[in-house]
Design a protein around this ligand. Sequence first.
Ligand code: RIB
Length: 316
Amino acid sequence: MASGRVLVVGSLNADLVVRTARIPGPGETVAGSDLVIVPGGKSSNQAAAVGKLGGDVAMLGCVGDDGNGAMLVKSLENAGVDVSQVRALEGVSTGSAMIAVDDAGENCIIVSPGANGRLSADDVNAAADFFATADSSSVLTLCLEVSLDAVKAAARNARERGAKVVLNISPYMKVGADLLDLVDILLVNNHELADLTGQAEFDPLGDWTSVIEATDAALGASGPRTVVVTLGAQGARIIDLDAGTASQQIPSPKVKPVDTTGCGDAFLAAFSFRIAAGDDLEQAAAFAVRVGAYAATGEGAQNSYPTAEQLASWTP
Ligand code: RIB
């Protein structure tokens, strides 16, 4: 079955990655590997992941007129993403992310916005051709590496075309009803869920009664009623706020992680791709945990994402 189009509005970053035995604490200096610069950025990662899986996907965002911007556009083109709405801004640096990855494949990331910070609501509203390609089978994916005004404008335009809106509240910040009311599905990892609910201690696979209540209170009655929670190696769960229930664990294949950078983006992309293809929430999440796990087995974000063929022949 042909799948609907996935639209991605948001960030593109050059990932400046250093591997180190362990992530340093405050005030600490540790030795690391040589620096590598690879394509990243949460939104750009999502677009690349959908494209590699064979989905119909277009990206809207900004890079600088520098080598990193050219690298990012090339990576998206190679993945089959429509980049006609990715603009290179004169005299501006491409967004970047400083990333340390430890021996367990865990990472910590600091993002510097660069050109991502220049994407305005007016830019988004002016992209009529971009949103004209969306319909009720489409999904828009969003994160918070561009301004809230740009995010809201994108959600509004997509909604007008009948598309579903999936928001990843990352990097985490408190957002208001003016954005939440435009979102159909919220996607958070366990850290973001803790930030959202104020419940730092919850058993990922246990009883989520209090987590569901706290999520409901945090999102308000008019916000998204479906929350997909990624749990790293433990897979994912889906909260249905209308029913007041959480799904059982949707388990992830077991892998030895090499680099977990961008695994959440791979999950979100694969999930959105399958929702656009007509899957229900649990089917889409079951596919997405497999793509997320695959992404953990390779270095970098976009460079670690599978094609549909690689995924089909993969035995974890
Ligand atoms: O989610 C991973 C991404 O976060 C990295 O690629 C980095 O660019 C930051 O945006």
